[in-house]
Design a protein. Structure first.
Length: 202
């Protein structure tokens, strides 16, 4: 991703605010998200550290000020903030609830408010995701993998692109291992591209 000073500044403030809670920052550079995330997990597990959790933060994502406290306070296997994604002129949150009524789509932006309770989800993007060390220790490598080979045709691939990403493969491995993923609607993250999609349609 092209360097964006807005994000660098906001992330620097976030890290400074939580300096006493962060044992180490693992930063990798590359264009393949699956490779980057696999490298981060391998580094985290190999490092001799007392760190009990790994917090993923994407390069285009800025967590809310109290994100770490809120996610840690949930005391669950995997806790994630909600990140806005913009698709087909509409904004959604990057989570899919266990409730099948939402079918295969993301949660519409107006479906979750700051007063919403934590939500058990079956899929979530790891743009802001806190994972307990013991969860990662029980998963097998690769942790992230693109599953394009399951799609078959080019048309199906383009139609189902969001659901073939390594993010969802990771979530499937988590659930197969018997763990749960919980989304915290109070942790609302800025998501930058050419603009901050958190404020679209607001």
């Amino acid at each position: 991703m092209k360097h964006d000073r807005r994000i660098a500044f906001e992330l620097a403030k976030f890290l400074a605010r939580h300096d006493s809670q962060i044992a180490n920052v693992i930063d990798v550079y590359g264009t393949d998200g699956c490779i980057n995330r696999n490298m981060i997990i391998l580094h985290f597990l190999a490092e001799k550290s007392d760190a009990t959790h790994l917090l993923f933060v994407d390069a285009d994502t800025v967590p809310s000020k109290n994100a770490i406290d809120l996610l840690l306070g949930m005391n669950v296997d995997i806790a994630c903030g909600i990140v806005p994604v913009y698709k087909a002129t509409k904004t959604f949150w990057n989570v899919m609830p266990v409730d099948e009524s939402v079918a295969e789509g993301f949660m519409p932006k107006d479906s979750l408010t700051l007063s919403s309770k934590p939500l058990l989800v079956r899929k979530a993007g790891p743009a802001c995701m806190l994972i307990k060390r013991n969860v990662l220790e029980k998963l097998s490598f690769p942790y992230f993998r693109n599953d394009c080979e399951k799609i078959g045709s080019v048309t199906n691939f383009l139609m189902r692109l969001p659901y073939t990403a390594g993010d969802f493969y990771f979530c499937e491995q988590i659930m197969k291992a018997g763990f749960e993923i919980w989304a915290q609607p109070k942790v609302r993250c800025g998501h930058y591209s050419t603009l901050n999609t958190l404020h679209i349609n607001s």
